[in-house]
Design a binder for this molecule. Structure first.
Ligand code: GTP
Ligand code: MG
Length: 198
């Protein structure tokens, strides 16, 4: 079978999740601004221009939907913790994200991205706590691992897992730039979207 992620296309952008049409299955990517959400979507779909990436935080400003096959979506969201955002945006984005996360019955998995080097912060813990309360399945992805040497990776992996009370194998440890860990993450995305059995 041809990998359905490779044929992903831009579908729509919306700031009000209640206006999104129903999906068969969707997965989304959340995390601090600049953690690499849009880059990861581009890497999964092997399409560098699919989702907009930027060196400056606050690039993604709406709920952006990419369709892999009819009704099967990858959803890119604005980041949280963007220090430079105006007061209006600081209130608006979290509200947009919360509305989306709590209003999608076919949301199969939320990938919570955390910068591998920076580690898990209070906003990430808050997000994980919120997801547990809404009952949406979540999975942790540590990003930008190409920036770390192998001994530092091992060290950080243990600290990461410890903070979250998880086994280190339960965390995807990835680089969107160098492809590390992308195979495992891809399988998880394909399974969540119903393209293959887990
Ligand atoms: N070294 C390295 N840099 C990365 C990686 N992934 C993303 N980046 C860089 O991190 C910056 C932010 O990437 P984005 O994908 O725009 O991050 P985002 O989470 O979508 O950001 P917002 O939309 O602003 O919330 C860009 O300069 C990327 O090139 C990675 O795996 N390795
Ligand atoms: Mg983005």
């Amino acid at each position: 079978m041809i990998d359905p992620l490779l044929g992903a296309r831009y579908f729509m952008s919306e700031t009000d999740s209640s206006r999104l049409p129903a999906a068969e299955a969707e997965v989304t990517f959340v995390g601090r601004s600049n953690v690499g959400k849009s880059s990861l979507i581009c890497a999964l779909c092997q399409n560098k221009t699919l989702a907009r990436v930027s060196k400056t935080p606050g690039r993604t400003q709406a709920i952006n939907v990419y369709e892999t096959a009819r009704g099967r979506w990858l959803v890119d969201l604005p980041g949280y913790g963007y220090a430079e955002a105006t007061k209006k945006l600081k209130e608006y984005w979290p509200e947009m994200i919360r509305g989306y996360l709590s209003g999608r019955p076919n949301l199969k998995m939320v990938f919570v991205l955390v910068d591998a080097e920076r580690g898990v912060g209070p906003l990430d813990l808050e997000m994980l706590h919120g997801l547990r309360e809404t009952g949406v399945p979540a999975c942790i992805v540590a990003t930008k691992v190409d920036r770390l040497g192998s001994s530092r990776r091992l060290e950080l992996r243990a600290a990461f897992a410890g903070t979250l009370g998880l086994a280190s194998e339960d965390i995807h440890w990835v680089s969107a730039k160098k492809t590390d860990g992308m195979r495992g993450l891809r399988q998880e995305v394909l399974t969540a979207l119903g393209f293959q059995r887990g």
